[in-house]
Design a protein around this ligand. Structure first.
Ligand code: PDD
Length: 281
């Protein structure tokens, strides 16, 4: 495997960054995960736009021109012969002597891009069955709209899910509203057949897959509303699912161990999943 590290394509196993990289010391950086399908990076423009926003919110400069990064992502996917898989992009504020405030303006942001293949058949089988989620209190900071590499609460929530035999943890606020998953956006379908997901103004990450799913729902003529839903509402929902670059549209068939409806992926979720690729760019 090949990785891109600060201007060089290097063997993945010897790809290195400095011990005083601010990403390593302070989680001072941002990232993107893009899905590769049939050798094509889905929604690349939207991912680069979101990266631009994350960088500007943290006042980190672009390590290379935006268009150049797009080309590097394609190159890394190609060099790793990824047909179905993921491209990971990480930008940190760079290497400087450890000190909390920003380093001098001439510090170069550090760029790492990796890619790996995923097992399409195994993934499709998982989507046929659906997955379970648990619900846990959200313990993250306020700026979860920024896609930072500071992911400790997400890591702990995901591990808690794994320990419980579930695929994802849904993060719940003080009012009992489901915000999103540790690394996915959360959706339900109500008894009236209405799609519901929480507004992305703040409190959650504005998922790219979420945006594509909204476009897909509109194209299919499904009704959808952006509002918060409670854990109780989710447990009583007709269908539930989650979206992300790593899970596409993944049916959720168990919440805290109890089946959603009859415990099988729902019809609207299937429709959305089936039509999804036609609407990704
Ligand atoms: N996670 N919410 C959170 C907290 C996320 O970390 C992610 C993505 C999403 C879904 O966003 P998108 O549809 O753009 O992938 C929602 C990536 C996949 C990850 O951390 O691996």
């Amino acid at each position: 495997r090949i990785a891109y590290v600060n201007g060089r394509y290097v063997p993945h196993q010897s790809a290195r960054v400095h011990v005083e990289d601010r990403g390593y010391q302070f989680s001072d950086g941002v990232y993107e995960v893009c899905e590769v399908s049939d050798g094509y990076i889905l929604d690349r423009t939207r991912h680069l736009e979101r990266l631009d926003r994350s960088l500007s919110e943290l006042a980190i400069g672009w390590p290379v021109e935006r268009e150049a990064l797009g080309r590097i992502m394609i190159e890394v996917a190609a060099r790793n012969r990824v047909r179905d898989g993921l491209v990971y992009v990480q930008v940190t504020r760079g290497v400087a002597r450890r000190d909390h405030p920003f380093p001098s303006a001439d510090t170069r942001p550090a760029l790492v891009v990796t890619a790996r293949s995923t097992d399409r058949a195994a993934f499709a089988a998982k989507a046929e069955e659906g997955v379970g989620v648990i619900t846990v209190p959200d313990t993250r900071w306020d700026r979860v709209d920024i896609k930072t590499i500071g992911l400790l609460p997400n890591v702990l929530a995901r591990q808690q899910a794994r320990d419980a035999g579930a695929a994802e943890a849904w993060l719940v606020d003080e009012d009992g509203i489901v915000l999103e998953g540790a690394a996915t956006n959360a959706w339900i379908v109500t008894g009236e057949g209405e799609l519901v997901t929480r507004p992305a103004v703040s409190g959650i990450l504005r998922g790219i897959t979420r945006a594509t799913a909204i476009d897909t729902a509109a194209a299919l003529g499904l009704t959808m509303v952006e509002r918060g839903f409670t854990v109780g509402e989710a447990k009583a929902a007709r269908e539930a699912f989650m979206t992300s670059a790593t899970s596409q549209v993944m049916p959720v068939v168990r919440i805290d161990g109890a089946p959603v409806a009859n415990g099988y992926p729902g019809e609207i979720t299937r429709q959305l999943r089936g039509a999804f690729f036609a609407h990704a760019e």
